[in-house]
Ligand binder design. Structure first.
Ligand SMILES: C[S@@+](CC[C@H](N)C(=O)[O-])C[C@H]1O[C@@H](n2cnc3c(N)ncnc32)[C@H](O)[C@@H]1O
Length: 281
């Protein structure tokens, strides 16, 4: 009931304008933003849409229509890798062999799949909701596209069709925070289909997205977080990573790279080579 009222309120234009006004006011206070993000993360983790978040249907529409004329995300976006790609993969790639089955959720034009293809990986799968992004993928990276399995559709629907324990690596780069709370089951689905590692790079500092307690989401489904790094963009669009957040405020305002492995290893010690005693922040 409370949930229904809240979702009606969030789709009202008046409430949205009040929200936008508050966002402008609140943005001056870092402390308030941190408190809001903590609340938003708690709500999203427990299946409730945070008050200032853009409704999930609008996120889906935006991503489905990307790269079309007038869309918010034009065709130039996500064409080539920036240096967050190196940083995302640096820990996990040495643990994989070239036949490893790898899935990217939200692959867009395939820049990361192409990066892996260039490194010799040949068992690649991508799921992407934006049809036009996939058309550009085929045009920009034809070899990678033709030699990969590309599924066009919404990840929460498509992932349910994939076989249990069929991937050695399941990864996302900036995707989960735009998937709505009614699809929170995507986390358990990612764990179901994965027999190796789960790797995430997500921004947890947005007013309008669905931040989650990613550690909790995967750990409650039988995975352990084996490492996490804080990733910060510099003014010249380079990225820097740090082993731990400097403090919780910086942590919430930026991106994190997290690596998870099954708590019970199928392939012995290899999975736990990087196991650290990661405490909750
Ligand atoms: C911020 S972009 C990042 C793109 C890509 N991961 C990269 O870094 O190049 C988010 C991507 O996730 C995709 N996406 C968002 N929601 C999705 C959904 N429900 N199902 C499949 N893809 C989705 C978007 O279409 C978009 O390509």
């Amino acid at each position: 009931m409370a949930f229904t009222i809240l979702s009606h309120m969030r789709s009202s234009p008046v409430i949205r304008r009040v929200g936008a006004f508050l966002k402008q006011r609140v943005v001056v206070s870092d402390a308030l933003k941190v408190y809001y993000l903590r609340l938003a993360r708690f709500l999203s983790t427990h299946g409730i849409d945070p008050p200032l978040t853009i409704p999930a249907e609008r996120w889906e529409k935006r991503w489905s229509e990307q790269a079309t004329l007038g869309a918010e995300d034009g065709p130039e976006l996500y064409r080539s890798c920036d240096d967050s790609t190196e940083k995302l993969f640096q820990e996990v790639l040495p643990l994989l062999d070239k036949n490893s089955a790898i899935l990217e959720i939200g692959c867009n034009k395939g820049r990361h799949l192409n990066y892996l293809f260039q490194k010799g990986f040949r068992n690649l799968t991508g799921i992407e909701i934006g049809k036009s992004a996939i058309e550009l993928f085929a045009e920009i990276f034809p070899d990678t596209y033709q030699n990969s399995t590309i599924i066009v559709g919404s990840a929460p629907d498509e992932i349910r069709k994939l076989k249990t324990k069929s991937f050695d690596l399941v990864f996302v780069h900036s995707v989960l925070v735009s998937i709505g709370t009614k699809h929170n089951y995507i986390f358990s689905e990612m764990c179901r289909i994965c027999r190796g590692y789960i790797l995430t790079l997500e921004s947890e500092g947005s007013w309008t997205a669905f931040p989650r307690d990613f550690q909790y989401m995967f750990e409650k489904n039988g995975f352990n977080m084996v490492s996490y790094r804080w990733l910060v963009w510099t003014d010249d669009k380079k990225s820097l990573t740090f082993p731990l957040p400097v403090n919780s405020k910086s942590f919430l305002e930026n991106n994190t790279i997290r690596l998870f492995a099954p708590r019970v290893s199928e392939s012995g010690t290899k999975l736990f080579r990087f196991q650290q005693n990661v405490s909750r922040y």
